[in-house]
Design a protein around this ligand. Structure first.
Ligand code: GMT
Length: 386
């Protein structure tokens, strides 16, 4: 199959997932064409089946705002026509679903039908997507997609609540390549981070408000009073300065490190004992799943789709959003006993296997197959009323 994948090229979960999907499809012999404005961060190895098409946006003194969406549609049309794509799979509705709708209409004028699959990832629905400056276009372009998938049951339910969606939204969970995260810890690295054998805690995110990064510091402060420990912050973003200030205020600078954006997150997770994700909302929590795949238990909020991956009392614990006391108490209960920690680590790794790449990627292939083998059945499958 020749598949166009449209995504954000950044460290965010939707871009990571889309890139890993494209790589897995290419490994399976499909031809994959990434269409985005920059080389995706996880697209580092060469594969003869992978193509990358950069979206270039024209500049002109008249343009106060560069017309990215128009440039994206034009690039899609170019790639569809010149590489005979069979379908477009767009990740994150804004502006990818509406740009794909435009491309679909353009190639239709030359008699080409290009199915568009839209995968919803979270904030495209629950946060930015519902803003009234975007909502009508988001709802329209989702409804115009030939198939819609959501990365969790929670996101599917939220989408129906927020928008008037007339089609079936299928849940295809996010996935992780469990084998990639099955790493032996690097001794030297562990010694640098925790020279006296302290427990190592990790938080990884884009440091946006929704992640409640300050809660991570407060939770860590409580843990650190009882258990010698170190905290690694992976990633970067708008909340970083306030987070650093709070570390200073609480006099925790010696025990907290900001390691920035990391491509080889598996090396860090290999030395970790606990992952903390107290988010206000998380449609799924791909960063947490990657941690679990590395055998790292999870202290999280119970928001959004997190209960679909974190099994309370088994793979970690969940608490209400903002309940720092409960989260630190639960973390201490896991970290204070080697035997308990070992059991939680084992359970986390076992749970991650349910979301292994080999379980989930075939679900996308089956979805694609429906379009190639029986395009006339599509409206029946999708539940479309038109
Ligand atoms: O907020 C982020 O973590 C980035 C965002 C994105 O679009 O890249 O992540 C969303 O998509 C991920 C992949 O499907 C999910 O694992 C995240 O839970 C989701 N983020 C939110 O819902 C806040």
């Amino acid at each position: 199959m020749r598949i166009g994948i449209v995504c954000y090229p950044t460290f965010g979960g939707s871009g990571v997932l889309a890139t890993e999907l494209g790589k897995a499809l290419a490994e399976k012999g499909h031809q994959v064409h990434f269409i985005t404005y920059q080389q995706p961060v996880r697209l580092i190895e060469f594969n003869a089946n992978i193509f990358y098409h950069e979206v270039r946006v024209a500049t002109y003194p008249l343009f106060e705002y560069p017309p990215y969406e128009t440039a994206l549609s034009s690039t899609m049309v170019d790639v569809i026509n010149n590489h005979q794509l069979d379908l477009l799979h767009v990740h994150y509705a804004i502006p990818h679903a509406s740009a794909a709708y435009m491309a679909k209409k353009i190639v239709a004028t030359r008699g080409k039908n290009i199915p568009v699959i839209t995968t919803l990832h979270g904030t495209d629905i629950t946060l930015v997507g519902r803003d009234k400056t975007l909502a009508p276009v988001v709802a329209f372009s989702i409804n115009e997609s030939d198939a819609i998938t959501a990365v969790s049951q929670n996101l599917r339910d939220e989408t129906y609540k927020i928008f008037e969606i007339k089609k079936e939204i299928e849940v295809i969970y996010n996935f992780v390549d469990v084998s990639r995260f099955h790493k032996r810890p690097i001794d030297a690295f562990q010694k640098v981070i925790a020279p006296n054998g302290e427990r190592i805690l990790v938080h990884a995110s884009n440091f946006r408000k929704i992640k409640r990064v300050l809660d991570v510091v407060r939770i860590f402060a409580e843990i650190n009073k009882k258990i010698p420990s170190k905290l690694l912050f992976v990633g970067d973003g708008p909340e970083r300065p306030d987070t650093e200030n709070l570390c200073r205020e609480l006099n925790l600078c010696d025990d907290i490190r900001f390691v920035g954006k990391q491509e080889q997150i598996e090396e860090i997770l290999a030395v970790a004992d606990l992952f903390i994700l107290p988010s206000e909302y998380e449609s799924f929590g791909l960063a947490a799943l990657e941690a679990m795949a590395a055998g790292v238990p999870l202290i999280s909020s119970d928001a959004g789709g997190l209960p679909e991956i974190n099994v309370n009392g088994k793979t970690g614990y969940m608490s209400p959003v903002g309940d720092v006391t409960s989260m630190s108490h639960n973390a201490i209960s896991i970290l204070s006993d080697d035997g308990i920690l070992k059991t939680f680590k084992h359970n986390a790794a076992e749970q991650a296997k349910k979301f292994d790449i080999h379980q989930i990627v075939p679900q996308y292939e089956q979805l694609y197959d429906r379009f190639l083998n029986a395009p006339h059945l599509l409206s029946h499958f999708s539940g479309s009323k038109r």
